[in-house]
Write a protein that binds this ligand. Structure first.
Ligand SMILES: [Zn+2]
Length: 73
C-alpha cells in the first residue's frame, strides 16, 4: 500500500506485494515529482497489480524539471 500527499511532499509505503514494492515506491515518489494524476500504461497508472515501469518522455521531463527546482540530485 502506498500513499502520497503531494501538497506537503510526503509519501509512505507499507506492506503490499514484495515483487511490486519497488514499483509502488517509484509510483508514490512519482506523485511527489509529477503530481496527483494517474496515467495508464506507465508506472503512474492507477492500479499497480502487474509490473510496468514505463516512464514517458513527458513524465521524465516533468520529474527532471521538478528535481532541478529542488536543487537537483
Ligand atoms: Zn497513485
Amino acid at each position: 500500500m502506498g500513499l502520497a500527499w503531494t501538497g506537503n511532499g510526503i509519501a509512505a509505503v507499507a506492506g503490499g506485494q514484495a515483487d511490486l514494492l519497488n514499483e509502488i515506491m517509484d509510483h508514490e515518489l512519482g506523485h511527489l515529482m509529477i503530481g496527483p494524476q494517474h496515467e495508464n500504461g506507465t508506472f503512474m497508472r492507477d492500479t499497480l497489480q502487474v509490473i510496468n515501469r514505463r516512464v514517458t518522455p513527458v513524465q521524465r521531463s516533468i520529474m527532471l524539471r521538478n528535481a532541478e527546482r529542488l536543487g537537483s540530485f
